[in-house]
Design a protein around this ligand. Structure first.
Ligand code: JD8
Length: 257
């Protein structure tokens, strides 16, 4: 899969993409990410990408013309219409379902805004406008990286273990179960503590009983989801065992409150 990212901060994008799973997928050629400096698509001597807003007011607006030139150049290379994603606070909320859907296309353009955003006429070339959440950021680079990360990790071959991607609980609509690694006991030593505590790994995980472990993980994932994100249960895809466990957990909970 290929991503073209247009930004006035190419170094920020490149540094982030060099690390971790995405970085390795780029090295292997499973992913191709081209980062374009918006200033390379200006035509004036000072490479100006922004201007004052019509109607007055504070802040600057990204000019439409460099964006149009960047998109025209990419379209000429690809030889077909582009799928252009714009990240902005005005976008629809970006979800895992969007990541899933976009991972099936073979090329995406991500436009990163700054300042007060783009000249609105840029939107004539935008396929989808998405927001990553309800908080205010200073620009579109971090949102574009979030979208790329969520989409790219669903592309076959990017994450080593295909099975873990398919089974991970968020894509099934649940929160993850708790994870532990060695040692089996940690003696907590805190300067102000009256007594020392021993932090143990749940016995079931050391039991070697894989049917029991699977069931415990299901229960924990459901319990956490019920506690922290009950809204997710409305759309979760649950098997028969999970539905039964959920009824039990809800029953135990009603007994308490
Ligand atoms: C793109 C410019 C900053 C936005 C004036 C300061 C997404 N969830 C999200 N929060 N913020 C963004 C986002 C913010 C951006 C740009 C995305 C380009 N800004 C602007 C409008 C008000 N500021 C985002 N996705």
């Amino acid at each position: 899969m290929t991503f073209d990212i247009v930004t006035i901060f190419p170094a920020l994008i490149e540094a982030t993409l060099a690390a971790g799973i995405i970085g390795r997928a780029i090295e292997r050629g499973t992913l191709d990410v081209k980062v374009h400096d918006l200033r390379d698509f200006t035509t004036d001597r000072h490479r100006v990408v922004d201007d004052v807003p019509y109607g007055g007011g504070p802040g600057m607006v990204l000019k439409a013309d460099p964006i149009f030139r960047a998109l025209d150049a990419m379209e000429a290379v690809r030889g077909r219409p582009l799928t252009v994603i714009l990240t902005s606070p005005q976008g629809r909320r970006f979800t895992q379902a969007d990541a899933q859907r976009l991972s099936e296309v073979d090329h995406l353009v991500l436009l990163c805004g700054r300042y007060e955003g783009f000249d609105d006429r840029v939107r004539t070339r935008v396929t989808e406008e998405v927001s990553i959440g309800d908080y205010v950021l200073t620009g579109g680079e971090l949102p574009a990286l979030v979208v790329l990360d969520a989409v790219a990790r669903l592309v076959p071959g990017v994450v080593g273990d295909e099975q873990s991607v398919a089974e991970e609980s968020f894509s099934r609509g649940l929160l993850d179960f708790p994870h532990y690694t060695r040692p089996a006991e940690i003696v907590e030593r805190r300067a102000q503590a009256v007594a020392q505590r021993v932090l143990k790994v749940p016995d079931v995980l050391l039991s070697g009983n894989h049917a029991e472990i699977r069931r415990w993980r299901k229960r924990e994932a459901l319990s956490r989801t019920l506690d922290r994100r009950p809204d997710l249960l409305d759309d979760a895809v649950l098997d028969e065992e999970e539905l039964k466990l959920l009824q039990e957990l809800k029953g135990a909970r009603d007994g308490r409150d």
